[in-house]
Design a protein. Structure first.
Length: 467
């Protein structure tokens, strides 16, 4: 082949080979079953990637696979340990062996890459949308010129699950968009916002986008603490944002007694609006009371459904104060936007279909089993791991950065706990996504063993000490 010619399998060559990222991604997601280390090793063993072949960069390949760069970096590290690839200063990452010199190390517990950083759901647990979309396409008001921000069938489906009777209803394109609109509506022209800490990096990104000044409200196992909220309210914030259940990253739910304590404080601060972010919605194990039952004229609850039904449903529900709902509608594309009535109808169908509800119940229990299984294994290894609900664990470690690097070297990517804090971090933690954990007890044990080795790993120590 001459320069720039491409073989049928997508490999270019001249004196060497350039393995195209999209070709590798397709192989990993089909023949490779999603396992990057296993896939690259097979390509090398079968000769489809030969010695000298240059692999795509971490940042190019990661988005094609739908994983974090840390996941790809961890896979590359494992392949280097196996002697199959090498990273050169100017030549990139290249194949150094055809696999003939592999030893039994290839079948070690590290022989898989686990992305526990991004918080991605398990697509295999999503219900089928075919009948829902067909039902939505039959929505009687579809295609009319008038706007319907929440169609009657959707309100009827959602209302029995709502923790209070709202003054008004609306929809947005996702849980993140809904929360952004709710926060922007709540703060108005002011810039000061009280928010629980630690909290979801997604919420902190929203606040950064809006250019807000944040006041941290500390949390315990029952939610935001009254003493910390009292201190925050002394600064007269425009709004207070918190997660009523399945809190990211701590996994708690706010109970009725704690809610009453917080509501009494907020009652004395009438300038402060309230935004409740219920991001995983029906996947949460627990119900939670709402400030909307006590302070209805100042509260907006945003419930996401993308984690339950898939991101392409593009519909979340906002409900609460009519004044704040009106502001969210005006803020969304200057009042011109409205969620598709077809998608609203599809969500209404999903929420009321018996078979779909059974599938959601199954997904909820599977997610809970994965999270609790890893938590129990970590606790048994002397670690502190918090998370009673949701899709994350909050794991204490001796040194955050060292732990992240050490786990990545063994094919496990995790998220930095410091990204969850408002201001300086108050400890050394990892945020571990549990939605895509394996169901195999043996695979979970091997993952837990790598975490357990972190207990004695101090700052700057070699990641090989996890072996």
């Amino acid at each position: 082949m001459t320069k720039h010619q491409t073989a049928p399998d997508g490999v270019e060559s001249e004196t060497g080979q350039l393995a195209e990222a999209d070709w590798i991604a397709r192989y990993v997601q089909t023949d490779g079953g999603g396992d990057l280390v296993h896939s690259i090793r097979d390509l090398i063993r079968t000769g489809r990637l030969q010695a000298g072949a240059r692999l795509p960069t971490v940042r190019v390949l990661a988005p094609l696979l739908g994983v974090s760069p840390a996941t790809v970096a961890g896979a590359w590290s494992r392949l280097r340990d196996l002697g199959l690839i090498d990273t050169r200063r100017r030549g990139g990452t290249v194949v150094t062996d055809t696999g003939t010199r592999e030893t039994a190390r290839a079948d070690s517990p590290d022989d898989h890459s686990w992305d526990l950083a991004q918080g991605l759901i398990d697509y295999a647990l999503l219900p089928d949308l075919g009948q829902a979309l067909l039902a939505g396409s039959r929505e009687p008001s579809a295609h009319r010129a008038s706007k319907e921000h929440a169609i009657p069938s959707l309100i009827a489906a959602v209302a029995p699950t709502w923790p209070f009777r709202p003054e008004a209803w609306s929809t947005a394109g996702s849980g993140t968009e809904g929360t952004l609109l709710a926060i922007e509506a709540a703060v108005g022209e002011q810039r000061l916002l009280a928010i629980e800490s630690p909290t979801s990096p997604r919420l902190l990104d929203i606040c950064s986008t809006l250019g807000l000044e944040l006041i941290a409200v500390e949390c315990d196992g029952r939610g935001p603490t009254p003493s910390s909220l009292r201190t925050a309210l002394e600064r007269r914030p425009a709004a207070f944002v918190y997660q009523p259940r399945a809190q990211v990253p701590l996994g708690h739910a706010v109970d009725a007694a704690r809610l009453d304590e917080l509501a009494r404080l907020l009652h004395e601060s009438p300038q402060t609006q309230i935004v409740e972010d219920d991001f995983i919605g029906p996947l949460s194990l627990r119900s939670a009371p709402s400030m909307g039952a006590l302070l209805p004229e100042r509260t907006l609850l945003v419930r996401g459904y993308c984690n339950t039904y898939g991101i392409d449903l593009r519909t979340c529900v906002l409900a609460g104060s009519s004044r704040l709902i009106d502001r969210t509608r005006k803020l969304r594309s200057f009042g011109a936007a409205m969620n598709s009535r077809i998608l609203q109808g599809a969500l209404a169908w999903l929420l009321t279909d018996t078979r779909t509800n059974a599938a959601v119940d199954h997904a909820r229990q599977r997610y809970a089993a994965r999270r609790s299984a890893l938590r129990d294994l970590l606790l048994a290894r002397g670690m502190s791991a918090q998370g009673d609900d949701g899709l994350n664990l909050w794991v204490a470690v001796p040194h955050e950065e060292t732990a992240i690097v050490a786990l990545a070297a063994h094919g496990i990517s995790v998220a930095s706990g410091s990204r969850c804090h408002v201001g300086p971090r108050t400890g050394e933690f990892l945020r571990v996504s549990t939605a895509r954990l394996p169901d195999s007890a043996e695979a979970l044990r091997r993952i837990a063993d790598k975490f357990g080795a972190l207990v004695n790993l101090e700052a700057g120590q070699s990641s090989r000490q996890l072996a």
